[in-house]
Design a protein. Structure first.
Length: 61
């Protein structure tokens, strides 16, 4: 998966997590599951970019 694809997935997960949390709570099982997926994607992104492209890093800010 490319860094751009990961960033897209990160944004989609973030939006879904915020939507679900707004309809239930931050401790809802589905919210926690999406949050874990989001964490995993962020870690994946960091690993891909830690030695590389500053442009990708700026995209997260």
């Amino acid at each position: 998966m490319s860094t751009e694809q990961i960033l897209d997935h990160i944004e989609q997960c973030r939006q879904k997590m915020m939507f679900l949390a707004s309809r239930s709570s931050m401790v809802d099982n589905e919210v926690i599951e999406i949050s874990s997926k989001l964490d995993s994607l962020i870690i994946q992104y960091i690993h891909l970019t830690k030695n590389g492209d500053l442009m990708d890093r700026r995209a997260l800010k």
